[in-house]
Design a binder for this molecule. Structure first.
Ligand code: ATP
Ligand code: MG
Length: 558
């Protein structure tokens, strides 16, 4: 950080003062995901904070997998997390680290604790242990195995490690203080027997360290100076410090906690997101309705928008709920600046221009971005047979110009980037539905003011029918129909919005979109921002996901 900049939040202040006081020479942070699911936007806050601090203070940030629980972990998640961190635009220092790389060292340290009388092998069952542990108001009771001699504990630990003891029959516990007001210090379990294959170490280990026993020691081994985690770990901090001061660790990291990101209308918990995937409520971890990095990406949200949003968040010592409109603001703002414009008619109806030569095709040049002419122009074919949106036309000429700034029978409207046209009649089918609007162009109005007396009501989008590209649009609404789905009286899955995905087929986009590539995003004028998801079939049907509307919507649910 330059001398002129004032640290903006408490973690920065701590780091700055540690550097000023020469307590550390260089800051080192880490992002420590557990590979039991895909990353979500809450993790992005932690990623931006940890990698951001390393950038700000010219330090380093590690990526470390907290892979101590083989039950729920998988190499699929490891690969996805690596990709997502990279996609977000961050690069870790050195090799990727894994808590499992430290299993041997941790085992040695467990033996060390036993030798100095600070750990013991316990034979209480889970249930007994819970009873002995006490409560917030009642002190715990010591395990009858607490004073077992170190030699015996060492030999039992060895047997546990070799798979000679049944799962659940024994644990290794730190010997701290059963009378502590902090339950975490009441002789916590540091090793459990788990007869499970680990995705990296295979069948080598039959015992696995607890999160608390692995995390701080991993920090110490990597030389992490500031171990930043979310508030729920505050009560674990004394235990973190206890291990660091009771083990011969090579460095002395410190833990700091900040408030985790919560956003209304979203659920940010890998466990709950996994349930949505497993129960097929959504189409997978990358479903565009998911708040995962994958989902947001597929929805059309850029890494830049996610980073800008995360940088706008308070780093505080309290938890809060961020309004989803704050996230949406950053998504929209980013797309407004960077998305090329295009036209796509979602509910097409034909507009036939009777005074335009049916054999003629004009190629209009329309700016890719209205405020950035340096981005150039796109070629948009114009012909006598156009498609406009059904909702942009009415026969009701009594509607005021202020109320209906689109095409009205007998009146004028401007076609975006093209002519001013007038609606002169309609063709209807036997049921009375309009099948075609008949119209006329006003000559010489491309890029020019119309003649006196001809006042277009507004501007609408359009495509030339024969040149248009078929597409399917996925329109999304919020996944939950209540702001705080985790806090209702029913399980969170009961608040799923059944209309969170609406598929619109037979939409027609301007010709140039035939060349769009997957992941590319556009502003479809007057409709919103859309991202190309996939291309279906030989007909080149383009599937677009709607990222977000043009304007902040007032939620129908709030
Ligand atoms: P989840 O509850 O979604 O499973 P977690 O905390 O168990 O999240 P981890 O993989 O352990 O997930 O998290 C990796 C890092 O990301 C941790 O440091 C954690 O504190 C941080 N993190 C997780 N969720 C959030 C969030 N909502 N806001 C900020 N940081 C988060
Ligand atoms: Mg976790």
């Amino acid at each position: 950080m330059s001398d002129l900049e004032e640290p903006t939040h408490f973690v920065k202040k701590i780091i700055q003062s540690d550097l000023d006081a020469n307590k550390i020479q260089r800051v080192k942070t880490r992002f420590p995901p557990e590979p039991n699911g895909y990353l979500h936007i809450g993790h992005a806050k932690s990623i931006c904070l940890n990698f951001g601090l390393a950038n700000t203070f010219a330090g380093e940030c590690n990526l470390r997998f907290d892979d101590t629980n083989p039950e729920k972990e998988d190499s699929e998640f490891v690969r996805a997390i690596i990709e997502d961190v990279q996609w977000l635009g961050f690069k870790w220092d050195g090799e990727i680290c894994y808590a499992s790389d430290y299993f041997s060292k941790l085992y040695e340290w467990a033996q060390h604790l036993i030798s100095v009388g600070k750990a013991f092998v316990c034979e209480l069952s889970m249930e007994e242990m819970r009873l002995y542990r006490g409560t917030l108001t009642k002190k715990g009771t010591a395990s009858p195995y607490r004073n077992r001699c170190p030699e015996e504990s060492l030999s039992l630990l060895e047997k546990m490690k070799k798979g000679q003891i049944d799962e659940g029959a024994m644990t290794l516990r730190a010997k701290i203080d059963m009378g502590s007001s902090n339950i975490n210090l009441r002789d916590p379990v540091i090793y459990r027997i788990k007869n499970l294959k680990h995705q990296r170490t295979g069948a080598k280990w039959k015992i696995y360290p607890s999160y608390d026993f692995a995390h701080g020691q991993g920090d110490a081994l990597e030389g992490i100076t500031h171990s930043i985690c979310t508030l729920e770990f505050q009560a674990n901090r004394p235990l973190y410090d206890w291990f660091i001061s009771n083990l011969p660790v090579p460095s002395k990291p410190k833990q700091y906690e900040f408030g985790r990101l919560n956003i209304n209308y979203l659920v940010l918990s890998k466990r709950k997101l996994k349930k949505l995937v497993d129960d097929r409520v959504v189409d997978g971890w990358d479903d565009p309705r998911m708040p995962t990095i994958r989902g947001l990406r597929r929805r059309g949200v850029s890494a830049r928008a996610i980073r800008d949003f995360c940088d706008s968040l308070a780093i505080a010592k309290t938890d809060g709920i961020v309004d989803i409109s704050q996230l949406e603001h950053f998504i929209r703002d980013d797309l407004n600046q960077h998305a090329f414009r295009a036209m796509c008619v979602i509910n097409p109806i034909r507009l036939f221009l009777h005074n335009y030569d049916p054999a003629k095709v004009e190629i209009l040049q329309i700016p890719r971005h209205p405020n950035k002419t340096e981005l150039g122009f796109r070629s948009v074919p114009f012909s006598s047979m156009l498609l406009i949106d059904r909702n942009d036309f009415t026969e009701d000429s009594s509607l005021s110009r202020k109320k209906f700034k689109r095409l009205v029978l007998g009146d004028y409207v401007r076609l975006r980037g093209g002519y001013v046209v007038k609606a002169i009649g309609v063709d209807k089918n036997s049921k009375g539905d309009i099948e075609q609007i008949n119209g006329e162009i006003v000559e010489d109005t491309v890029g020019q003011e119309p003649p006196e007396g001809c006042k277009p009501r507004g501007v609408i989008h359009w495509v030339s029918e024969v040149h248009s590209v078929n597409c399917t649009i996925h329109q999304y609404d919020r996944l939950f129909n209540t702001a705080l789905p985790e806090e209702g009286s029913q399980p969170f899955v009961d608040y799923i919005n059944p209309e969170s995905l609406v598929v619109k087929k037979d939409c027609k986009a301007e010709a140039g979109l035939a060349d769009a590539s997957i992941g590319e995003y556009y502003q479809f004028e007057r409709e919103g921002y859309f991202c190309l998801d996939s291309v279906l079939g030989s007909q080149s049907n383009l599937v677009f996901n709607c990222t977000i509307g043009l304007k902040e919507k007032s939620s129908k649910y709030s």
